[in-house]
Design a protein around this ligand. Sequence first.
Ligand code: NAP
Length: 243
Amino acid sequence: MHILIIGGSGGIGSALIAHFRTLYPAATLYATYRTAIPTTFKHKSSQSLDTKLHWLALDVTSETEIKNLAEQLPQLNAIINTVGILYDDAHTPEKTVNECDLAFFQKNIQTNVTPSICIAKYFSRHLKASTPTFFIALSARIGSISDNNLGGWISYRTSKAALNMAMKTISIEWRYKLPHCCVVVFHPGTTDTSFSKPFQRNVPTSQLHSAKTTAIRLVALIEQLRPEDSGKFYSYDMEEILW
Ligand SMILES: NC(=O)c1ccc[n+]([C@@H]2O[C@H](COP(=O)([O-])OP(=O)(O)OC[C@H]3O[C@@H](n4cnc5c(N)ncnc54)[C@H](OP(=O)(O)O)[C@@H]3O)[C@@H](O)[C@H]2O)c1
């Protein structure tokens, strides 16, 4: 089994790698990082401890880098894109539309939406198999248009809604092109990573999941998915979310 985790250096990405290592020790994992390989996966000599785990540098905002990555990798059973941003050093999620900085809005689109489109563009041939394959992107319930009762967070919210539309569109196209591939978006719920740290204060403990729990839930979902589930939006509790 060959699995690609885009954003393996992130909180949920790292937990997914650890969980896959335990569950499928014979699987070969390819994991991408932008800034650095997480220290938990590194030997003192900077070599990966694990010969079945291959780290590759990738800035997902570069189409060329995604294309080059695709050229290096073999056939895959699953691709999971965990990359996402909600804030950066200069921006927090907007309370009102008046706070929206278009440069930050564009950054959300370039990080949260277009990478999954480019991954689909360059990796479709890697997912061609007569056995089930999976293309999963981490989204968020906040990207559901029908569930939007609060407003706010316009850059992140809009980017996740656009990601959902892109993945749904890819799922329809691949129904014929890759009939064994299941294309799904996944809402992890509030997960205790640096991504959600600044916003955890009002989250009840029961609704704040560890990255390990989120990883276990996502892998359990993947194990249940069938090609006919392609084009769906799933929550961590396995319920479908309305678009
Ligand atoms: N945590 C939550 O509560 C929560 C809730 C709902 C949805 N989600 C979604 O779940 C996904 C994973 O979240 P997380 O909690 O694991 O976040 P995280 O710990 O902040 O990890 C984010 C990852 O994105 C990578 N990244 C950001 N910009 C990149 C770029 N330009 N090129 C390549 N990699 C880039 C980071 O790489 P480096 O670290 O190497 O820079 C890191 O690996 C995101 O899509 C997020 O929207 C999370």
